[in-house]
Unconditional design. Structure first.
Length: 343
């Protein structure tokens, strides 16, 4: 079964073709970072308009790279939410239109489900069940993943997500957009131990997170310092160390409480080198294994949407699918409310 994936939830246009027998055949991605950097963040209206310009050419490019024809596609998976409503509408309308024209099914995919399942695209891949640490730009959550569509929320952030904290702290340090990657790069030049920042909710007894106070602690520290390049690097490193320690300890606690031994890390912050090193090292001492998606699949992409769609189709072999005749998008969408395959 050949599935076309369309991702347009925010500021990246991603298209992919996934075959249930041959795997990922091709994928293309266009990032709007350069356009939004002028404004210091994503401008929703500009994002939507740019998706309109990019989707169809990227579909043609992806088909060409896979040496496939449009009529060979068996199903379409598009991001239905959460995300920017206007951006979601672009991918959804094109996905449903193609479904109607080609007389094939179209599936609306939860963006976070795509991230949760993305490490299964890599080798080696985890087996169900596993714990997932989802650390994307707007989400920080710990989930127990028992199967496709079977997700249990164990903990989440009560305010800023880790990615938001990275971006806001980067702005305090005068770094450009996107701030997370710039801050991580600066942290590599930092001197360890010069500054110590709080570890919010590290000993809260639950699996929730809070990072807005950490950003405030950075602001207080900046106001007390004569800021030089080295001082900025030292603050960046101290901030990153605090985030990494909290994410690591909460993840290990989730493994311990559930008795599971596999941890999946997904989302843009999952590309952070220090987080990967710390998690892998600490998990190995507990007899656990950590799985990461390829770096190109940490950020938003069409491959994870095509793959999630394919897995949902495979999980419902007896369901009769018909071409989509209408669609909705969900700018806000609780992952635990997602229907199980077959329903």
């Amino acid at each position: 079964m050949l599935v076309l994936g369309i991702e347009t939830s925010c500021d990246e246009t991603g298209i992919a073709l996934f075959d249930t027998k041959r795997g990922l055949l091709s994928h293309t991605l266009y990032s709007q970072i350069e356009m939004h950097s002028e404004y210091g963040g994503v401008v929703p209206e500009l994002a939507s308009r740019d998706h309109i310009r990019r989707v169809l050419p990227l579909i043609k490019e992806t088909l060409l790279a896979a040496k496939c024809e449009l009529h060979e596609i068996n199903a379409i998976a598009y991001t239905q939410g959460p995300g920017l409503a206007g951006a979601l509408l672009v991918g959804a309308s094109i996905g449903v239109a193609l479904s109607f024209a080609l007389k094939i099914p179209a599936l609306g995919i939860h963006h976070l489900e795509g991230h949760l399942l993305s490490p299964l695209l890599s080798t080696p891949a985890p087996n169900f069940p596993f714990i997932a640490l989802l650390v994307s730009g707007g989400h920080t959550q710990l989930m127990q993943v028992d199967a496709v569509g079977h997700y249990k929320l164990l903990g989440e952030t009560v305010d800023d997500a880790a990615g938001e904290a990275f971006d806001k702290t980067a702005k305090l340090l005068g770094l450009g957009y996107p701030g997370g990657a710039a801050l991580s790069k600066l942290a590599r030049q930092g001197q360890a131990g010069r500054f110590k920042l709080p570890r919010p909710m590290l000993n809260s007894g639950d699996l929730n997170f809070s990072f807005s106070g950490l950003k405030t602690a950075v602001l207080t520290l900046i106001n007390k310092q004569e800021i030089t390049q080295q001082t900025s690097a030292d603050i960046a490193l101290a901030f990153q160390e605090a985030i990494v320690e909290v994410l690591t300890e909460k993840s290990l606690t989730a493994l311990s409480r559930t008795g599971l031994t596999q941890l999946v890390v997904a989302g843009g912050v999952g590309a952070n080198d220090q987080l990967r090193q710390n998690l892998s090292s600490k998990a190995s001492t507990k007899g656990a294994t950590v799985f990461y998606p390829e770096l190109e699949f940490c950020t938003d992409n069409g491959a994870m949407i095509a793959f999630a769609g394919a897995m949902r189709l495979q999980a419902s072999p007896d369901k009769t699918w018909s071409p989509a005749s209408s669609f909705t998008v969900n700018a806000r969408w609780n992952l635990e409310m997602l229907e199980e395959p077959g329903n």
